[in-house]
Ligand binder design. Structure first.
Ligand SMILES: [Zn+2]
Length: 635
């Protein structure tokens, strides 16, 4: 039995509601309007810059004297700042709208010439916009309290209060304006250059992978693609080849990672004039959480390490081994049954997702059908489509779009459920002021993981083909292993590295043993060997713009699972609380959000324990599935 191909693949999306084409007159009108708005911003800038420069000259800011940071009393600049904010809001919506349009076109056809040209043109607009925004950011950071109160007194500016006040929590770190300017200017050829060097290297490195008894030379991207293949030996060969390639450049990578961390640590030291600045302050603040929350999160992950290790050992058993290898992080489910079952048609996938969503509330199910009806989902199987899946949205119409390539596999259904969760999140926020619709990375995956979990549970409850069931449960276990073992491994390495880097740069051998220690701590004997070169092969350690690009993943995963556990434990009024929580994600810290909508203190371990504890039955169910397939480990 087979479902016809045309029934399986999804529909193409409709972008014509925004613009007819990249050179449509209405698109040009939006860009012209953005230019006019930016001209007006430019005219207002001197009033802000003068206020900033003159007040700082004699202020306590640079000297770090006893008074609170910043004494910019630029009352005269308030109307200019307010005007600037309104102009910027309008310009940003237009620029984002055009940018999203160009990206959507390029996703479907990466060779779309007109979209390429449009994207190139947009770069200048974006750069100009970013430059023009600088004086306003400075004003908001430096002005004294009464000035900021007055600034936020304007009803059109008031909605940005959370963003402004949250940014001001780090005012004590500010250096004098000329110093900030110097740091900014030098970073181009400093920290950013090291990040660029790494990107350059990883883009051009090649390695030799043993494929079918012969060595094949290929780029790192192609080799890491092999890590997703079902052939265990091939994955291992690819991993070895990638690591050998990085070992040939370990001195370069060590120089880069030491310089990137050294730069940040030196800045922390310089910014510690008023009170000590820790290297975790910036990443924690950026994610709108507190240090205590991070500690609680890691503590509870450590408590549940054994459960995650058990999941990893079960995955290993499915492949006929006792421990997973470091090359198995993205391994697919092994083939346990030739009967793959029929492919899932797009319409059936939508019905499944909508039904699962509707189990929370009918509105959520209706939303899924509306996305299809409005043709806001791209799910076709075009030849020049880019891989991957994402959710985006048009800023003008405030309508979401979901991009995916639907080929009828169980994992395609999960991906679609995940992206529709993102879309739902933005949909419930559609009437909020622009400045309250963006959220930190830590809360960004709340609705997506929640939606994915809903659909996964629904699929596991249906009696499908064994292979399809295994694939659904497999991804569930892979997520558990990634989030509760691999992410903390990365965090522990990075934290340990920053602590030791304060004394001196670390040698490649030291970086390797630090990384191996972290692997052993978290994976224990669930992994056959550590991944000593992970500090070099993982791009995340070389992003010059932000550090500790790891714990936000753990937070997001566990936060949504905690919500899910709440939904199962409670109550009939879960849905209105869920929507209210999502709506507040752009105007509250995660702690305030949890306090208000879940009556819980996430700085304490309990919430996280509930989240992780709810996973134990799923690990058991996975074991049962393997037993039925004759793949469970010997008892
Ligand atoms: Zn996501």
């Amino acid at each position: 039995m087979s479902v016809r191909d045309s029934e399986i693949q999804g529909p193409a999306w409709d972008l014509s509601t925004e613009y007819a084409s990249p050179d449509a007159p209405e698109l040009q009108r939006d860009l012209d309007r953005a230019t006019a708005l930016m001209d007006e911003m430019e005219a207002l800038a001197p009033a802000l810059v003068d206020a900033g420069a003159s007040s700082v000259a004699g202020a306590s800011l640079a000297a770090g004297a006893s008074s609170a940071a910043g004494s910019l009393s630029a009352a005269g600049a308030i109307p200019a700042a307010q005007g600037m904010r309104k102009l910027a809001d309008e310009a940003e919506v237009l620029l984002r709208n055009v940018g999203v349009f160009a990206n959507c076109l390029l996703s479907v056809d990466s060779c779309d010439e007109a979209a390429q040209v449009l994207n190139g043109r947009l770069q200048n607009y974006r750069q100009r916009y970013a430059d023009l925004l600088q004086p306003l950011t400075q004003f908001c950071d430096l002005a004294d309290e009464p000035t900021i109160d007055a600034y936020l007194g304007d009803p059109q500016v008031a909605p940005s209060a959370f963003l402004v006040r949250h940014a001001r929590e780090r005012r004590h770190e500010l250096l004098s304006l000329p110093e900030e300017g110097l740091v900014n200017g030098l970073s181009q050829d400093g920290i950013q250059a090291w990040g660029n060097l790494y990107d350059q290297l990883s883009g051009t490195l090649s390695c030799k992978v043993l494929v079918d008894n012969e060595h094949r030379e290929m780029g790192l991207a192609e080799a890491s693609g092999l890590l997703q293949k079902p052939d265990d030996r091939l994955r291992r060969n690819a991993w070895q080849a990638i690591n050998e390639a990085w070992e040939g450049h370990e001195e370069t990578c060590a120089a880069a990672i030491n310089a990137i961390a050294g730069w940040r640590l030196e800045l922390c030291r310089k910014r510690s004039l008023r009170r000590p600045v820790h290297f975790l302050d910036a990443p924690v603040h950026m994610n709108r959480i507190h240090r205590d929350t991070l500690e609680a999160l890691l503590q509870v992950s450590a408590e549940h390490r054994e459960m995650a290790q058990r999941a990893a050992r079960l995955q290993a058993a499915a492949y006929g081994k006792t421990a997973i290898g470091p090359w198995d992080s993205r391994a697919p489910a092994p083939v346990i049954s030739e009967d793959q079952g029929p492919g899932i048609a797009f319409a059936d996938a939508i019905r499944l997702i909508a039904d699962a969503y509707a189990g929370v509330h009918p509105e959520m199910g209706d939303f899924v059908h509306m996305m299809v009806r409005n043709r806001w989902i791209e799910g076709s199987r075009g030849n020049s489509k880019r891989p991957g899946a994402y959710c985006t949205g048009f800023a003008k119409s405030r309508t979401p779009r979901v991009y995916t390539t639907f080929t009828g596999g169980a994992s395609d259904v999960m991906t679609l459920a995940h992206e529709l969760g993102h879309a739902y999140h933005s949909w419930v926020m559609r009437d909020l002021p622009e400045s309250q619709r963006s959220y930190g990375m830590s809360l960004a995956e709340t609705a997506s993981t929640f939606g994915e979990t809903l659909v996964r549970d629904a699929m596991l409850q249906q009696a499908g083909a064994p292979q399809a069931r295994l694939e659904v449960a497999w991804e569930d276990m892979s997520a558990l292993v990634t989030f509760v073992l691999n992410i903390p491994t990365r965090f522990e390495f990075e934290k340990g590295f920053y602590e030791r880097r304060q004394e001196r740069p670390l040698r490649p051998a030291e970086l390797k043993s630090l990384m191996s220690e972290a692997w052993n701590t978290w994976y224990g004997d669930a992994v056959s060997e550590p991944d000593p070169m992970f500090w070099a092969s993982k791009l995340h350690f070389y992003i010059s713009g932000l550090s500790f690009y790891n714990f936000p993943y753990l937070f997001g995963y566990l936060f949504s699972l905690g919500l899910y556990a709440r939904r199962q434990a409670e109550d009939t009024d879960f849905y209105p609380r869920y929507v209210a929580l999502l709506r507040d994600t752009g105007r509250m810290t995660a702690e305030d959000l949890a306090e208000r909508h879940l009556d819980t203190d996430i700085r304490q371990p309990e919430f996280w324990r509930d989240a992780l504890g709810a996973l134990a039955p799923r690990v058991n169910a996975f074991e049962e599935l393997l037993q039925q397939a004759g793949r469970a480990p010997a008892a």
